[in-house]
Design a binder for this molecule. Structure first.
Ligand code: GLN
Length: 241
């Protein structure tokens, strides 16, 4: 078995080392004897073929970098939308998450999005920065992470990734964080999202494997004692639970 991971624009969107999530996806496959191929698509590349891709990852970036990426991504709008509608696995973090929506409205201009999700983002006055803990209804482990965004994302009828137990979330008001749509996981949680949340990483890998191999059933467990202890420590530290 083999999974191909496409990292979109790591040259521009790689805030807080979002790239480490790619390494985590890769390692958790290799540890199970599944081959993993990681390919980067940067501003230097041309052509855009998702036909043999199993997981697409888009990281976060500053508003300046997002503006540049936005124009590049819009060239691939139809291909990315088709990929998602065909159950392609897509993980988008922070700036990448905002770009999946209709737009990201800044004070003096509006960045157009891919309209893969029926969401939009408005820039707020204060940045929403800090540790965050979520409860999701499809994992039995809380999702922990760090958020830093000026945008407030309004997700309408979409299902959130989780409910905020501690932190700001999508819009500092609704108690929702991120979006799960088909095989898309979109979130404001930066940096080591997958290393800190092994169950979420395996959820993404399982969706990719099920899509690629119709007879795939489930991933064998890994020894996640350290990862789980780190996750539980953060949950306790920020929620007293
Ligand atoms: N530039 C966006 C914002 O501030 C996203 C930032 C990020 O990716 N951390 O909302």
């Amino acid at each position: 078995m083999k999974i191909k991971i496409l990292h979109l624009y790591p040259d521009l969107l790689n805030l807080y080392g979002d790239k480490g999530n790619i390494e985590c996806l890769r390692k958790r496959l290799v540890w199970r004897g599944i081959d993993a191929e990681v390919v980067s698509y940067t501003c230097e590349n041309s052509g855009f073929d998702l036909s043999d891709v199993d997981i697409v990852f888009i990281g976060g970036g500053s508003d300046r970098e997002q503006k540049i990426v936005c124009h590049k991504l819009l060239e691939h709008k139809a291909a990315l939308r088709e990929y998602v509608e065909n159950d392609g696995v897509l993980v988008a973090v922070c700036g990448g998450y905002q770009l999946l929506g209709k737009y990201y409205k800044l004070e003096d201009e509006t960045i157009e999005g891919l309209e893969i999700l029926d969401i939009y983002t408005d820039q707020g006055k204060k940045r929403l920065i800090g540790n965050i803990v979520l409860e999701s209804d499809f994992l039995n482990q809380k999702i922990v992470g760090f958020e830093n965004h000026g945008g407030r994302t309004y997700i309408g009828g979409h299902k959130p990734l989780g409910r905020v137990v501690c932190g700001y979330g999508n819009d500092d008001n609704s108690g929702a964080e991120g979006v799960v749509y088909k095989n898309v996981v979109a979130t404001y949680l930066h940096g080591p999202l997958f290393p800190k949340n092994p169950q979420l990483c395996d959820y993404v890998l399982t969706n990719a494997l099920k899509r690629r191999y119709s007879d795939f059933v489930c991933l064998p467990p890994l020894e996640d004692d350290l990862e789980n202890t780190a996750n539980e420590y953060i949950v306790k530290r920020f929620t007293n639970k």
